[in-house]
Design a protein around this ligand. Structure first.
Ligand code: SAH
Length: 284
């Protein structure tokens, strides 16, 4: 990644390699990088406002845009199964994985509406405990037969899914915690977790150019171009992508990418590149 970047104190880096060398280059410094992030989140309230960095009020716009994005892709990719006559036939049993799930906000408001089972992956124990409570089966807002199935207290860089379990792997506001090499190896491992036709959704803050390092929670906000270079290295293709609308102007731009392991048969959506952390965040 050739573009220069910034950290949260306004210091400039010539390129991402320079920043990564400093942050995770030394022996043992990678575990410090990941440890600092976990300690940061351990002090954050297990609430919607907490996981959204004080921007709990963007929840509704976030979920509405994600719902429209997901609904159209599911209809395109799994039409026959989803619309199959029910008499004597069962429709596709849909399973999703919510990565960096926090307190289960995305699972509760979005994924359980579409998927029969959702697994949650979250390394911070008090968030995952809150998710268990929030997603307890007596929650009547969730359609019958749709349930949170497994709760894994594991970080992305250490996770390998069961082969062929998931229709969708949803990754929102957490990939900025992964160093580039772990980003690539995570997606390469996670591919085996997809069913045929399954796909990833990555929803993230986007830097205008290069990257922005947040020194406090040890995460980086990457540009659209930076993400595309990484997708390429993961062997992933953009099936379609969309800009999030309706967020406050002071926040980074947010994009949704649907990613497949096979080359798409139609042109991908185009969108403007703007600036964009791991949750809604003020532009620095
Ligand atoms: N995706 C959720 C939570 C966003 S907050 C939502 O949109 O509501 C960012 C989350 O990333 C926190 O729950 C934090 O604990 C988690 N996280 C931090 N480091 C991580 C890592 N290495 N792997 C996976 N998740 C991580």
């Amino acid at each position: 990644m050739d573009s220069n970047g910034l950290d949260s104190d306004g210091r400039e880096f010539r390129n991402a390699e320079e920043m990564w060398r400093e942050e995770v280059g030394e022996e043992g410094s990678k575990s410090q990088w990941y440890g600092t992030a976990i300690r940061y989140w351990e002090k954050v309230d297990a609430t919607v406002d907490g996981v959204l960095g004080g921007y709990g009020h963007v929840n509704d716009a976030d979920i509405a845009a994600s719902d429209a994005f997901l609904t159209s892709i599911l209809a395109e990719r799994f039409p026959a199964q989803r619309d199959a006559p029910t008499a004597g036939r069962t429709s596709r049993h849909l399973v999703a994985l919510d990565c960096g799930s926090g307190i289960g906000r995305v699972t509760k408001n979005l994924l359980l509406r579409h998927f029969n089972e959702v697994d949650l992956l979250e390394p911070v124990p008090h968030f995952l405990e809150a998710a268990r409570v929030n997603l307890a089966p007596e929650d009547l807002t969730v359609p019958e037969m749709h349930r949170a199935a497994n709760f894994y207290c594991v970080p992305l860089q250490d996770f390998t899914p069961d082969a062929g379990r998931y229709d969708v792997i949803w990754v929102q506001w957490c990939i900025g915690h992964l160093a580039d090499d772990d980003f690539i190896s995570f997606f390469k491992r996670a591919k085996i977790g997809l069913k045929p036709g399954g796909f990833f959704v990555l929803k993230e803050n986007i830097a205008r150019t290069g990257f922005v390092l947040d020194k406090e929670d040890k995460s980086i906000t990457r540009s659209d171009q930076y993400f595309k270079e990484l997708f390429n290295q993961c062997g992933l293709y953009i099936y379609t992508m969309k800009d999030q609308k309706g967020f406050p102007d002071e926040l980074f731009a947010v994009k949704m990418y649907a990613l497949t392991t096979e080359m798409p048969r139609r042109p991908t959506g185009k969108s403007k590149s703007k600036r964009l952390s791991n949750r809604p965040a003020i532009i620095q």
